[in-house]
Design a protein around this ligand. Sequence first.
Ligand code: FMN
Length: 224
Amino acid sequence: MELNEAVRSRISVRGYKTDPVSKEILTEIIETSLHAPSAMNVQPWEITILAGAPLDELRNANIEMLSSGTIPVTDFGHPKPYEGVHKERQRALGFELYRLLGIAREDKEKRMEWTMKGFRGFDAPAMIILSADESLEARLASSDIGGLIQTICLVALEYGLGTCINGQGILFPDTLRKITGVPESQKIYICISIGYPDWEHPANKLVSDRESVETVTRWVGFDQ
Ligand SMILES: Cc1cc2nc3c(=O)[nH]c(=O)nc-3n(C[C@H](O)[C@H](O)[C@H](O)COP(=O)(O)O)c2cc1C
């Protein structure tokens, strides 16, 4: 796939077919994606890939924790709520997603069901978890891991696979460690759901907005 087309056509896939993704394909995707840059080439990322019974165990554990009222939290603490324009963009995304899913604002039960789907990694057949040694500065490791995330999502397209970068799946990090063997000495940054997209799923019809170049860019030293 041509690069511009790949970047423009990648979307978050939140509905998957049950077909498994082979270890061979996942290996090829990771091998290519490891060409992503990192500060001083430290390559901070540690990669754990889950499928089958352990992934089901993680999904179930996440739902159990959520249902029992345990407060979700990352290895980096509680995220700050968005404000101003960022809150508006977050709201617009949620509004459009729930509209496509046919879930009304006041339908708390259906909203909770959808939230749980996120905690289940959208029932994708595989999940890629990215972690890094706790000694690494989070600012740099985050940007390095961000580059790897996008590279994985783009390379996956070449195999007809969809992805959803998923912050919800890692919100009970200690449970995740128990199931996956990610050591205490590593902080868990993010996970990526990956699988063959179910293009009939209404959530996969979502096309998220982007601001214009003019809105987000300050030009300095250009004639016009
Ligand atoms: C760090 C990060 C965490 C994310 N976590 C979630 C998540 O927990 N649940 C979800 O539905 N989407 C999640 N997303 C996907 C974003 O909502 C999505 O990338 C954004 O709305 C833009 O849409 P697009 O990916 O379809 O272009 C996450 C994306 C990023 C980059």
